[in-house]
Structures are given as C-alpha cells and as structure tokens.
Design a protein around this ligand. Sequence first.
Ligand code: A3P
Length: 345
Amino acid sequence: MLFKQQALLRQKLFVLGSLAIGSLLYLVARVGSLDRLQPICPIDGRFGPHGQDEIPLRALQFKRGLLHEFRKGKASKEQIRLHNLVQQLPKAIIIGVRKGGTRALLEMLNLHPAVVKASQEIHFFDNDENYAKGIEWYRKKMPFSYPHQITIEKSPAYFITEEVPERIYKMNSSIKLLIIVREPTTRAISDYTQVLEGKERKNKTYYKFEKLAIDPNTCEVNTKYKAVRTSIYTKHLERWLKYFPIEQFHIVDGDRLITEPLPELQLVEKFLNLPPRISQYNLYFNATRGFYCLRFNIVFNKCLAGSKGRIHPEVDPSVITKLRKFFHPFNQKFYQITGRTFNWP
Ligand code: A3P
C-alpha cells in the first residue's frame, strides 16, 4: 500500500516537474525570439516597405545586423538584391557646425529605425577633388538601406565652405538641412582644443587660445582666426539663405543636446517628418563619461569616442568676456533669422 502511494507521488512529481521545465523552456524561447524580433521602437506602418501594414521587423534586424555587414562590404550582390537594399542620396544633411555636437546628433538620430547614417564624413561638397568625382561617387559612399528609410550624412565643414550651398542645391533643392550650434565662445574653445590635441600628438607646440583669439596689435577679437569666424553663425547662414528658404533648416541646440538630448531629438524627428520613435530608453546618462550614451537594445549600447567631450583648457576670463561681447550682435541676428532664441550671454 505504502509502496503504491510512493509510486503515485513520484508520478505526480514527475508530471509537475515536466510541466515546470516545459513552461520554463517555452518562456526562454519566447523571450529570446521577442528579443530578436521585436524592434525597440516599433516602426510606423507608414514607413513599412511598399506601404505594407505589417511592422517591418526585418528592417530593424537588418539595421543592427545584416545591414552592418553590408556596410562593411561583406554582403554579396545577391543578398543586396534579395533584400531590396539600395544606396540612397541623403534626404537630410547635418551641415555643421564643427564642435557643435554633430557626431552625437548623427549617432542619436541613427537610433531611429527609419534613419540610416553615413558613418564617415564624406566631404563631397566641400572638397573639390571629391566633388569632381561626381554624384554617383557620392551615392556609392552611402550605406545600404531600405527604400523607405532616409539616409543622413554629416560633414561639418559644409557650413563654412563657400561653394557648398550651391552644390547641395544642385543635387536636391528641397533637401533638409540640420545645423547644431553651441554657445559661440564655448564652441570656439572646443575647436581650439581639438587642434591643440592634434598638435600635442605630433609633439608640436601651439599658441595659447588667448593669443590666437585676440589680435595683439589692436587688442580686439581676431576675426581672422578660424575658430572665431566659424562661431559667427549668422554670417555663414546668410550665404545658405541665398539658395534655401529658412524653412528647410532646423537649428539644434547643441548645449541642450548634451544635458537633455531627448527633447532636441524629438524636434528633429518632427522636422524630418519621422514618427516619434526615439525614447528615453534609448538614452542613458553615463556618469563616468559625463555624457548621455546610446542604448539600441538590452545588449547593444555605446558611448561616443573619447575625442568627444574633451576637457577644455582654462581661458582668461577677460578674453571670454571680450569674445562674448563680440558675438552678441551676431547672435541676436541669428535668433532673428532662425526664430530660435538661445540664452547665450
Ligand atoms: P567638447 O569636446 O568640446 O566637449 P562634434 O561631434 O561636432 O565634433 O562635437 C563634439 C562635441 O559634442 C563635444 O565637444 C561634446 O561636448 C558634444 N557632445 C554632445 N553630446 C555628446 C555625447 N552624448 N557624448 C559626447 N559628446 C557629446
């Protein structure tokens, strides 16, 4: 009798155990597949390939997997054809400003499933040699993407180079143009810091910022110094406005992108007519770096390279005051033209 009861108990335990293991296996498989298949930012039906109603899950998988391989040139022509991938000219360009946060902006926009970034700065429109190679050369520099996705490139030198507005206009007169700006004096110091680091790497000496920014003969701001000239945003923008209406530009606040990136990115999504897909989940503050970093999914996240977010040298406060006073009227004009006001001193 006792033996029979024990056998029955063993049988029950076996069934319960099997059920528990089965459920566990099912859960693991399901979570695993969800993780692989479900986009973090579901793509709007509008952006589905060829207007399908279904969420194009493949798009995101490619974006983080295959597409990456394709970009590295590892895909066969057959694979590219099968997946209907194309190299598209950019629908939007981050034209500047150097040290405004152009890399951070591009990388953050690339979190959007409908955006594909050109990883390298192409320098097609500002470099005569590249420009002479023709538009097909430029297109071939673009990453593979689905036809419904938009390609974005960034080359900050475009903003300050004389010939660029006309050249971009000739390619696409309705292209969207993104300009990311920072408080002009801080940007100039950041620009100087980058050059200084380059000199130090080559064991070269370099002038102090104060010596470059202030003309020693007149004691006035040295407008011949490139880092100063680049920060006179309104002068450069006025050249662009000879070709494009102001509606085709969107100004990003680079200082706010550092401290509070999401609202800035949401404004860009709107400007690019993209459905809002970048969320707080995609951005997390990394205390060690002192900056926001990017989270694509539970396994893949990244911070920008160490060359972004350098420590600036200390600058004589009287020089800073002089520069801020100098930029002030240009800033006012910039606010007036763009319709975006910043709290720059
Ligand atoms: P600093 O090095 O002066 O701090 P660009 O990409 O145009 O060269 O701009 C570089 C600047 O991007 C950096 O300037 C940094 O402040 C800014 N930046 C904005 N968001 C950032 C982020 N999430 N990580 C690192 N740098 C960021």
